[in-house]
Write a protein that binds this ligand. Structure first.
Ligand SMILES: Cc1cc2nc3c(=O)[nH]c(=O)nc-3n(C[C@H](O)[C@H](O)[C@H](O)COP(=O)(O)OP(=O)(O)OC[C@H]3O[C@@H](n4cnc5c(N)ncnc54)[C@H](O)[C@@H]3O)c2cc1C
Length: 454
């Protein structure tokens, strides 16, 4: 037994320490393509905070890198192993410790699956709004570490807006408590917010206090078909300019609609060039939906179909949730995540279409249109080196276009390994230097998820 494993088992149950290379290899990467993954030395499944502290103390003593992991649904390589690391999987710390309807909060362990928390909150008439499409499998720890978004962000915002406080094990094993349980609170620097989106590079989230909201009415959804993305984006801008706050506003291009139809035969309109889904979940939802239907028609929608009932609304939302897996079936994919100000969404989509044409590639685009957050999915044949090179080039051009339009290279998936070079471009030298200084305060030995983000 190596010294590392020998020390780990002193503070962990034996079955929580795995060295079988077939198993450790299975935990070596997340769902991002084209990101290198190393060979872990060991995989551990702690069940409580003390066990996590033991792992980090051991790692510091032996100067071994640590890669925290949730469900590995990440799309940036952030959870990928590095050679000789401890892969620290938090999936077995999966208890909801408390739901408090008066303070409207939940206290959870990091391995709780997003949808499990959402359903548990629902039993109290409450909701945990952040809803990534992967919500049936991704963990709250992973959501916090990536700053995950989702379908309802246009109204409810992203994960960061719901994180009140965190318990975080630092690289040396100390337990840092940040934040609060109160509705308000401004004491000290906002370390909670700093840790959200830190992608496992500053510490390990072992407990989170999360704000809950009253459960909204089930959403009513409208589907509007357009002959092109320009008209659909004009409708999006008009909806926002007129002061509406939909609970969802999602745009699928023709490639995406076709892919979803082929995968699940959900009856989306096959001939459409751009399909806009808009939902409302407030008390005036029917009137709001009618007003938005009119806006869509004025913007040039060829067909506007409000869902008849909850079941039809659910079907449309399900179809949207299938967009990424459906595009994934078309070939090897690189999923991008560029967000621009929503007023520039039309330019972004036009630019992506031009990039696809120049590269002779299929790029399906599904967008959280209300947030200006696009997911251009570059589809290519990975056995063809030239096409692969063109795909990589297009992926880069999409990020460059996003920055040119005043956007960011990642709206919600994070930097991980995939976009490291692009973080430097987005932040500039001063921003990058300050971020590196912050990293060294939390992790002076550089053992926390090394090589990711910075
Ligand atoms: C089909 C599909 C749809 C998706 N849709 C969306 C979407 O709509 N919106 C969106 O934002 N994302 C989406 N994603 C991406 C992904 O689901 C999110 O990034 C999610 O937050 C990752 O959670 P996870 O538990 O899988 O974390 P992992 O992938 O395991 O880890 C992600 C990052 O978090 C770190 N980490 C994990 N747990 C901890 C912890 N406890 N402490 C410290 N660091 C930790 C890891 O080191 C890594 O850097 C989608 C992915 C797929 C496959």
């Amino acid at each position: 037994m190596s010294d590392l494993v020998d020390r780990l088992v002193q503070g962990l149950p034996e079955d929580a320490v795995v060295v079988d290379p077939d198993v450790t290899a299975a935990y070596a990467r997340d769902m991002a393509g084209f990101c290198a993954a190393g060979a872990p030395a060991v995989l551990v499944f702690p069940r409580d905070v003390e066990q996590v502290r033991h792992v980090l103390r051991t790692a510091t003593a032996l100067r071994v890198p640590v890669v925290p992991q949730g469900a590995r649904t990440g799309l940036s390589g952030g959870a990928n192993a590095v050679d000789g690391c401890i892969v620290l999987s938090l999936v077995k710390m999966d208890q909801i410790l408390e739901i408090d309807p008066v303070d409207r909060l939940a206290v959870v362990e990091p391995g709780v699956v997003n949808a499990v928390l959402s359903r548990a909150a629902g039993e109290y008439g409450l909701a945990y709004p952040p809803d990534p499409s992967s919500w049936e499998s991704c963990t709250i720890g992973g959501n916090i570490a990536t700053g995950a978004g989702g379908l309802c962000c246009v109204k409810y915002g992203v994960t960061g807006e719901y994180v009140l406080g965190l318990d975080v094990v630092l690289a040396d094993g100390r337990l840092l408590r940040t934040g609060r349980r109160t509705a308000k609170g401004v004491a000290g620097y906002d370390l909670t917010r700093l840790l959200v989106g830190s992608e496992g590079t500053l510490g390990v989230v072992v407990q989170a206090t999360l704000a809950l909201r009253p459960e909204p009415a089930p959403p009513l959804v409208l589907a509007a078909e357009f002959a092109g993305t320009d008209a659909a984006c004009a409708a999006v801008c008009e909806v926002m300019a007129r002061g509406f706050t939909p609970s969802l506003m999602e745009l699928m291009d023709a490639t995406t609609v076709r892919a979803v139809n082929e995968m699940a035969a959900m009856g989306l309109p096959a001939s459409t060039q751009a399909l806009l889904l808009v939902a409302f979940d407030g008390p005036a939802q029917e009137a709001e939906l009618a007003a938005v239907a009119e806006i869509c028609r004025t913007a040039g929608a060829t067909e506007v179909v409000p869902a008849e009932d909850r079941a039809e609304s659910d079907l449309l939302l399900q179809a949207r949730r299938l967009a990424l897996p459906a595009l994934d079936r078309l070939g090897t994919t690189m999923i991008d995540d560029v967000a621009v100000p929503r007023s520039r969404l039309a330019q972004m989509l036009r630019g992506v279409a031009e990039i696809a044409e120049r590269g002779g590639l299929t790029i399906g685009v599904v967008s959280h249109a209300g947030d200006g957050n696009t997911h251009p999915v570059v589809v290519f044949d990975a056995t063809d080196p030239q096409e692969t090179a063109r795909a990589e080039q297009s992926f880069e051009e999409i990020m460059a276009l996003g920055l040119e339009l005043g956007g960011t290279v990642t709206g919600e998936h994070g930097i991980g390994l995939l976009k490291r070079d692009w973080l430097a471009r987005e932040l500039g030298p001063v921003g990058l230097a300050v971020q590196r200084q912050i990293k060294s305060v939390f992790d002076p030995l550089g053992i926390m998820n090394p090589g990711k983000t910075l």
